[in-house]
Design a protein around this ligand. Structure first.
Ligand code: SF4
Ligand code: FES
Length: 363
């Protein structure tokens, strides 16, 4: 149903003609009432503009913009006008002398809410970039890409490290779900989001930025079991919070699956160690070759005065393939194969039920 604003306002216009006066500049000015307050307005001003000029700023509006022609499409700015049956949009309704306007009521609240729900019902835009939503850590991807584009590599690495302490390592190992959601692929090809934070971090591996200033010591002691990505991430952020952290690792070197599950061609271990060094630089201690359940228990750690124990021991068990011969002598699973390869042990046959592990072994 089309609504003619002018028709609705005819009675008011006629009644008010006699009340119109001109101000000292010759511009017609007049008064009207909004929410019980007498306010001054000029001819052709919208009710919304008069309200805002007079300090009444709580009329919701989503499509009013002084640079554009008024369209009254969101219908959030509806107001009551005395003598007019239905509410009218304040952004396109001209102020007239003697008008009595109400900007808030239960009825207006419900109409505005319904209008907003209708607007949102077919809303297909993104409030957050899809890449950022799909990244498990929800890094500010547009933020660091912009910094990289400006050449601020260290600042980009700092931004990533706010939520992810090892952007260089992730730049080489993450399966990059963010890139599958990249909308640039609709135009040409996806942005190399993964490699970009890896590159930014690589430029400052020896002089890393801190995401936050380190807090003063809290006196709290945290024991972390396992020096894989989970344990070291925990150590990194807790050390920045001022807690003393000590990492206990069963292997002769730290890194967990990063070191023993990812081959050298994929993640050069000397560069990986440079990024892991950022954890040790914060004062985190490390004890190698000790295995929970054999060399110590959780109770032992509490007995040593640790306030908290974090267990990040990883997932080192391969899924069985359930095929004949998989338990034969010299047949090893993928994880064992990758681990023993790091230790340079000779191997004959390997089996894998994991696609990623198989590919890494084929290389
Ligand atoms: S590549 Fe980086 S940004 Fe993308 S999903 Fe992995 S960690 Fe997140
Ligand atoms: S601001 Fe959208 S209809 Fe008035």
């Amino acid at each position: 149903m089309a609504i003619s604003i002018r028709d609705n306002l005819n009675p008011i216009v006629q009644e008010s003609q006699a009340m119109m006066v001109r101000n000292e500049f010759g511009q017609p000015s007049f008064t009207l009432t909004i929410d019980g307050k007498t306010v001054q307005a000029y001819e052709n001003e919208s009710l919304l503009s008069v309200a805002v000029d007079n300090g009444i700023t709580d009329i919701p509006n989503m499509c009013d913009d002084e640079k554009l022609e008024p369209t009254a499409t969101c219908r959030m700015c509806l107001v009551h006008i005395e003598g007019v049956k239905q509410p009218l949009p304040a952004c396109t309704t001209p102020a007239l002398p003697g008008m009595v306007v109400t900007t808030n009521s239960d009825e207006l609240f419900h109409i505005r809410r319904t209008n907003l729900e209708m607007l949102l019902s077919d809303h297909n835009a993104y409030c957050q970039p899809p890449c950022q939503i799909d990244c498990p850590t929800h890094i500010d991807i547009p933020g660091y890409l912009e910094l990289i584009a400006k050449g601020s590599m260290k600042e980009a690495a700092r931004l990533v490290k706010e939520v992810l302490p090892f952007p260089y390592i992730l730049g080489l190992t993450c399966p990059a779900p963010c890139q599958k959601a990249c909308r640039r692929a609709l135009v040409e090809e996806e942005i190399a989001i993964c490699r970009m934070h890896g590159h930014a971090a690589e430029t400052c591996l020896l002089d890393p930025p801190h995401p936050f200033p380190k807090d003063p010591p809290t006196g709290k002691r945290i024991a972390i079991v396992g020096s894989g990505p989970a344990g070291l991430t925990c150590a990194y952020y807790l050390a920045l919070k001022g807690h003393y952290c000590k990492v206990f690792e069963m292997n002769p070197q730290p890194g967990g699956m990063l070191r023993y599950g990812i081959p050298e061609y994929r993640l050069p271990k000397d560069l990986m160690d440079r990024e892991l060094q950022h954890v040790w630089d914060l004062g985190v201690d490390l004890q190698l070759n000790v295995k929970m359940g054999e060399d110590f228990t959780v109770d032992d750690l509490f007995a040593q005065g640790f306030d908290v124990v974090y267990i990040g021991i990883g997932a080192w068990t391969s899924n069985p393939l359930c095929v004949p011969g998989e338990d034969a002598e010299c047949v090893v699973n993928a994880i064992q194969f990758l681990e023993e390869k790091v230790e340079c042990k000779p191997l004959l046959v390997c089996m894998s039920s994991r696609r990623g592990s198989s590919l890494r072994m084929e290389r």
